[in-house]
Design a protein around this ligand. Structure first.
Ligand code: GDP
Ligand code: MG
Length: 234
């Protein structure tokens, strides 16, 4: 049976992280790693109390995901990323991991756009950005993603070949672009999405952070995305 590590970047998520970790389907997974990078609240202690392995990482969403990937148990062959605010629905996990475990896919993206979204869980600007990036990626890469959502599963050996470099908000999109560039078998499946359980948004709901994230996403789209177009003779 494929071994699964769940990786959750978490920054000041004390209001939600305990419940997120407590809801883990432990028989299905090898471990749940919570990557805390400088939380000033009880995020790390609560995650640990509910059964997660807590590690620390340098600042940045991508840095946290990268540290989680490096810390995953050597025997794990599938890595799953999800957020620590309770927005992702863990019951959707098998939909993400089973196609990889069966050998039918290497990367399974959860699309919130295709799933059911609790009203208010995604801002109109996020829905618009997902569509825009999807359309641009189709132009550049020939693969249509409908979302850049956090909940996703990837074959570990593939992710390790990507040489991930985006240590902030570009991480998620970099992974999606490199999956196309490395000719992975990609599947996008609907996942449902809720509002965060508590606490405050560090990205979409924070004006400055969302502008920074948007700029970073566009930069990754053009820089990483175009690398392939220019090196690909087709
Ligand atoms: N470790 C770490 N986690 C972060 C950082 N920024 C955001 N997160 C986490 O990444 C996830 C997504 O952030 P969130 O604030 O929910 O963004 P939103 O869903 O766009 O509103 C949450 O689990 C955050 O705690 C960061 O700089 N470091
Ligand atoms: Mg969130």
């Amino acid at each position: 049976m494929a071994q699964i590590s769940i990786i959750i970047p978490a920054l000041n998520e004390a209001e939600s992280i305990g419940r997120v970790v407590a809801e883990m389907p432990w028989p299905l997974i090898a471990e749940c790693i919570v990557v805390d990078n400088g939380s000033t609240d009880a995020t790390a202690a609560l995650a640990e109390a509910h059964g997660a392995r807590v590690i620390q990482s340098p600042r940045g969403y991508g840095a946290a995901c990268f540290a989680g990937m490096q810390a995953a148990a050597p025997a794990s062959d599938i890595l799953v990323f999800m957020d620590g605010d309770g927005s992702d629905i863990i019951a959707n996990l098998p939909r993400l991991t089973e196609p990889i475990a069966r050998g039918d896919a290497d990367f399974v993206m959860g699309s919130r756009i295709r799933g059911r979204r609790e009203p208010g869980s995604m801002l109109p600007s996020q829905v618009f950005a997902a569509h825009l990036v999807g359309a641009l990626l189709r132009l550049f890469q020939g693969f249509r993603y409908t979302d850049m959502g956090p909940f996703r599963a990837i074959r570990r050996s593939c992710l390790e070949e990507f040489r991930m470099a985006e240590m902030t908000y570009g991480w998620s999109l970099e992974m999606q672009i490199k999956a196309v560039q490395h000719h992975l078998r990609i599947l996008e499946i609907p996942v449902n999405y809720r509002r965060r359980i508590g606490g405050t948004s560090k990205v979409a709901g924070d004006f400055r952070a969302s502008i920074k994230a948007g700029a970073r996403i566009l930069e990754v789209l053009f820089r990483v995305g175009r690398r392939q177009s220019s090196s690909n003779p087709q």
